[in-house]
Write a protein that binds this ligand. Structure first.
Ligand code: DAH
Length: 352
């Protein structure tokens, strides 16, 4: 038997296989249970001792050589598979990125963040107020009498239905953030410094300067020896911080609020240029906030002794501040959710 010719024949079969599956078939034909080499091995037992030695050795050499090339061919298919995989699953890192749309921070939210940055380091506590309020917290406790125009139906949204209330009164959508003064004072013993900001509601007209919902911020400080001078300093430095300028023409004008005595309104002076408001000593005075020393009746209504405690408070509309700061001329734009508007007036979240 010519083992070289046999090897030639088997290696040709192996090399002609075109896939791993085909190779498995060829391998079974040669080395499987009824394979040709297996048959040769089986035939050894019927040979004489002499023949067994030479024939047996040659069959085993042939078997090892064939197993070797089968293994090599299998490795070839495996490499080919990996190569194909790499080729088809390759990432093209030269492709340009789809532009990232990260959105902008709304000017009112931005203002709230700046308010926190200014007041928190000064020891103020930020509290969430409630928008659904009873008449007592929104009006009575703040010394606002029943005949006050703000209580009339055309200014206040009265809410139907019987919600649970400590004072068993009608409910309203709060008309200002001053309700938080009462809720905080009732629950906390002075000395205290509090800020609250959020939505307020008034049954107003809708035009360039009015909307039925807007935002306010409330400040309350009750501490021994607090005076009007502290109030003036706080407001002055607050406005300088918000507008990023120490040259704001500002004045305190005597006014009236039921919950403060004395009361004042703060005006800033500005002119309109190219549809924008700019601080200027030649401009008109514009009212931006209300303030005063907390009225003794408010302190009394919160079960504290007005002879022992005094403090100051102020409240400010956030839209009014934002309109001045960013040169926005129509309050309705804050709520239109117009992407171009937000892109223009909003702030990049990665830059603040
Ligand atoms: N609550 C007032 C308003 O809505 C604003 C205000 C004025 C708040 C004087 C105060 C204050 O705390 O002291 O118009």
């Amino acid at each position: 038997m010519d083992f070289d010719i046999l090897f030639e024949k088997f290696s040709q079969l192996v090399l002609e296989s075109q896939s791993f599956a085909e190779l498995q078939n060829v391998k079974a034909q040669i080395l499987g249970k009824n394979g040709e080499i297996t048959d040769l091995l089986k035939s050894i037992s019927s040979l004489s001792i002499e023949e067994k030695k030479t024939f047996g050795a040659s069959v085993n050499i042939l078997k090892n050589k064939v197993e070797d090339i089968v293994q090599k061919r299998a490795e070839h298919f495996k490499d080919e598979e990996t190569r194909l995989k790499l080729e088809t699953e390759r990432l093209d890192i030269s492709l340009p990125l789809t532009p990232l749309s990260i959105g902008k921070i709304h000017p009112i939210t931005r203002l709230m963040m700046e308010i926190e940055n200014f007041f928190k380091p000064q020891g103020f506590t930020f509290v969430d107020g409630q928008e659904l309020e009873d008449e007592w917290h929104n009006f009575d406790a703040l010394n606002i009498p029943h005949h006050h125009p703000a209580r009339q139906d055309h200014d206040t949204f009265y809410v139907k239905g019987s919600l649970k209330s400590e004072s068993n009164q009608r409910h309203v959508l709060r008309t200002h953030t001053s309700n938080t003064q009462i809720r905080y004072l009732k629950d906390h013993k002075p000395p205290l410094r509090m800020i609250s900001h959020g939505k307020v509601y008034r049954s107003d007209a809708i035009d360039a300067t009015h909307t039925p919902m807007f935002h306010q911020m409330e400040c309350l400080v009750i501490e021994p020896k607090i005076s009007f001078a502290h109030l003036k300093h706080t407001i002055q430095t607050f406005l300088e911080y918000i507008f990023g300028s120490t040259n704001i023409p500002i004045r305190f004008r005597p006014s009236y609020f039921p919950f403060t005595e004395p009361s004042a309104e703060v005006d800033v002076r500005c002119i309109s240029k190219n549809n924008q408001l700019i601080f200027s000593n030649e401009g008109n005075w514009m009212e931006i906030l209300g303030c005063g020393m907390v009225h003794p009746n408010v302190i009394k209504n919160c079960n504290l002794d007005p002879n022992q405690y005094q403090g100051f408070a102020f409240g400010v509309g956030l839209e009014r501040l934002a309109m001045l700061k960013y040169g926005i001329t129509d309050i309705r734009q804050f709520y239109n959710n117009h992407p171009d508007w937000i892109n223009h007036f909003g702030s990049n979240p990665l830059c603040i």
